[in-house]
Design a binder for this molecule. Structure first.
Ligand code: NOJ
Length: 543
């Protein structure tokens, strides 16, 4: 094993993903080439130069496979084809090729925990009836009769979206109807990973996309594939709720027979070997909402996955001690982790951090902070424009979670990007047609066009920062492990000759700036007007 990090394979040089910056493309909302109001693959290809100029190393594209779109592509009915909404296989090939020509890598999204209920396997299972081998590819079970004599679901698990994690097969298809498990929407039946057809199909899926040129895979619900034997009830500790609602990672129940079972790691060791059989440092990243940061380390191992999303960082409140705790916990288990502040499932960070100028200032500071740390960074599309969460009118919401009382759903972070112009669709599509979710009038000034060339815009800040980080990695300023210190309001990261100061408090830090120097150290970057201002971060180079 390399001395570099525990999670790094034995390569003569650092692989690209180790400190790479990856841009998340939410395909429906990035760029629309044909004017139907929905983003597509050709739209992405046309905008690849924008991503190269932004300074990212790779893009991760959310699922674009054939799907009834009940969960916007995370309900796949054919893993080997492109949904007509997004284009054709030839468009995927063209995208991979164009990206590679620009020096960008492409990570595709793999959805192995569940299929769509439109997948041929599930249709076959419904038609074949109870006891059939076709049903064994999923998790069908008889119901459980309660004390009241009424039959209910087989166990007490709840869906991540709404209500019980079980749906009864309609009586028209079998009588009495069995129930099938779906940890997400009722249209997303969970697969049975103990059935040999399931791993065999995903081997083919992986090869299919790797053969076409994918550089990596993002594994959806990576901690979900296997369930505890016997599918036992979930037991809850006092104060815990089986349905943590919109809350992020910390309030998840401690006992989760549906998540994080040990068998999953054998699958990923196998996928590791499969990826390694291809040239060019192919990689995989787990989407695993595990409660304990230490559990992340089980996924990120030299013989397993290269990365896992660090949702503890995303979920940390705006406080120097909280950030320090997450950074230290993370670095102690995964020396080269990922840092992520947003994605298509969570409230946009500008809004999470307080909204308006305050939220934007904090987001820029958090970004600069995470870019000082060892590891790789993931940026959700639109973060570079400073986009806030949108309050989509209830009647226009499309997320399957949006109908759950008390939850707004995830539409607000998925509103299509503003590219140019003064009114919607802001160049999202070729004509005046409106996108699938409405864009706010205030987005004219946030468009790529409006921000380009404006030195104090969020976009130019991100471009400058990514270019600077690239230079500092190359010249050795940013190298080696990080040391992290915190007071109640200040987080300090020392790495190589770089020192990052993050001020999470209300009073300025005593970083006395004299021209380009602070106490003899060169000011490399500062997200505020002056080094040390509240809600800003500063990069200094020690001489
Ligand atoms: C995680 C994805 O990010 C989310 O959008 C999706 O709804 C669930 N997995 C289910 O596939």
């Amino acid at each position: 094993m390399s001395a570099r990090t525990a999670g790094t394979p034995d390569l003569p040089h650092a692989p690209w993903w180790l400190d790479g910056v990856v841009y998340q493309v939410y395909v429906r909302s990035f760029a629309d080439s044909d004017g139907d109001g929905v983003g597509d693959l050709a739209g992405i290809t046309a905008r690849l130069p924008y991503l190269r100029d932004l300074g990212v190393d790779a893009l991760w594209i959310t699922p674009f496979y054939a799907s009834p779109q009940n969960d916007h592509g995370y309900d796949v009915s054919d893993y080997f084809d492109v949904d007509p909404l997004f284009g054709q296989l030839a468009d995927a090939d063209a995208l991979f090729e164009a990206a590679h020509q620009l020096g960008l890598r492409v990570i595709v999204d793999l959805v192995p925990n569940h299929t769509s209920w439109d997948h041929p396997w599930f249709r076959e299972a419904l038609a074949a009836g109870p006891g059939s081998s076709a049903r064994e590819r999923y998790l069908f079970r008889p119901g459980r009769v309660g004390a009241d004599g009424v039959e209910g679901p087989p166990n007490n698990w709840v869906s991540r979206f709404q209500g019980p994690a079980w749906t009864r097969v309609p009586a028209s298809l079998d009588e009495p109807g069995e129930w099938y498990l779906h940890l997400f929407d009722t249209s997303q039946p969970d697969l049975n990973w103990h059935h040999p057809d399931v791993p065999a199909m995903f081997d083919e899926v992986l090869r299919f996309w790797l053969d076409r040129g994918a550089d990596g895979i993002r594994i959806d619900v990576a901690h979900g594939l296997f369930k505890a034997p016997g599918l036992p009830d979930q037991t809850l500790q006092p104060g815990e709720s089986a349905d943590p609602g919109e809350s992020l990672i910390t309030q998840r129940p401690s006992h989760t027979p549906m998540w994080n079972q040990p068998e999953v790691h054998e699958v990923y060791r196998h996928w590791h070997r499969l990826l390694a059989s291809y040239p060019g440092e192919r990689m995989a990243i787990a989407e695993a909402w595990v409660r304990d940061p230490a559990d992340i380390a089980d996924f990120v191992r030299p013989d397993e996955l290269q990365q896992a999303f660090n949702f503890h960082w995303l979920a940390a409140p705006w406080s120097a001690p909280s950030f320090q705790a997450v950074i230290e916990q993370t670095l102690s288990v995964v020396p080269a982790p990922t840092w992520v502040l947003g994605n298509h499932d969570v409230v946009r960070p500008v809004t999470r951090y307080g909204g308006g100028a305050l939220g934007l200032s904090r987001w820029k500071a958090a970004l600069l902070t995470m870019l000082a740390l060892p590891g790789s960074a993931y940026i959700h599309q639109g973060e570079e424009l400073g986009l806030p969460q949108v309050d989509v009118p209830p009647e226009l919401r499309q997320d399957p979670r949006a109908g759950v009382p008390g939850r707004g759903g995830r539409d607000g972070c998925r509103v299509p990007l503003p590219w140019a112009g003064t009114e919607a669709p802001y160049g999202f599509g070729p004509g005046p047609g409106q996108p699938w979710l409405p864009q706010p009038a205030s987005w004219a000034e946030l468009s790529v066009e409006a921000q380009t060339g404006t030195p104090d815009s969020t976009l130019e800040f991100v471009r400058r920062t990514l270019a600077l980080r690239r230079r500092l990695l190359a010249d050795g300023t940013l190298s080696g492990p990080a040391k992290v210190f915190a007071t109640d309001t200040e987080l300090v990261i020392r790495r190589g000759t770089l020192v990052c100061h993050l001020n999470t408090g209300d009073a300025p830090l005593t970083l006395e700036a004299r021209g380009q120097l602070v106490n003899g150290a060169e000011v490399l970057a500062c997200t505020g007007d002056r080094p040390g201002d509240p809600n800003t971060a500063t990069w200094l180079r020690r001489t």
